[in-house]
Design a protein. Structure first.
Length: 138
């Protein structure tokens, strides 16, 4: 038997076995779904920034969100603390990749605030962001 035939006898089974895979090995069991919008407490403020229907349009991506939040203050100038809660609420946007994006939800608090609040931010579109009720921008 020639060397090339020996090589073929060895390589063909190895190559065909290496290419075989199952669908479950390459795909998750269930498709990913959008996270549900967080539930607001009954005492939570409403209006601009507090609702997925009226988010704060900061633009600039994640950096724009952080810049906005770094300028956000409590009503007496208190520095805010924030943590990203997640993303929700798909929407169409020319500024977003592929024409659609998700809102980011941040839990925000400051010294003297009874309960943290959730603010909805749009990192894709900028529309003259302002402070939501109970906050100010410095």
């Amino acid at each position: 038997m020639t060397t090339s035939r020996l090589a073929m006898l060895f390589l063909v089974p190895v190559l065909t076995t290496g290419c075989a895979s199952t669908a479950s090995a390459t795909r998750p069991a269930e498709p990913a779904t959008e996270a549900a919008a967080p539930e607001a407490t009954s005492s939570a403020p409403s209006g601009y920034g507090y609702s997925k229907d009226d988010p704060i349009h900061v633009g600039g991506g994640v950096g724009g969100e952080h810049e906005y939040l770094q300028h956000l203050r409590g009503p007496q100038g208190q520095k805010v603390r924030y943590e990203r809660h997640g993303s929700c609420c798909a929407f169409e946007s020319e500024g977003a990749p592929f024409g659609s994006g998700l809102l980011d939800v941040y839990v925000v608090t400051y010294d003297g605030l009874e309960e943290p609040v959730m603010l909805y931010l749009n990192m894709y579109d900028r529309k003259d962001p302002r402070a939501p009720e109970g906050f100010r921008l410095d």
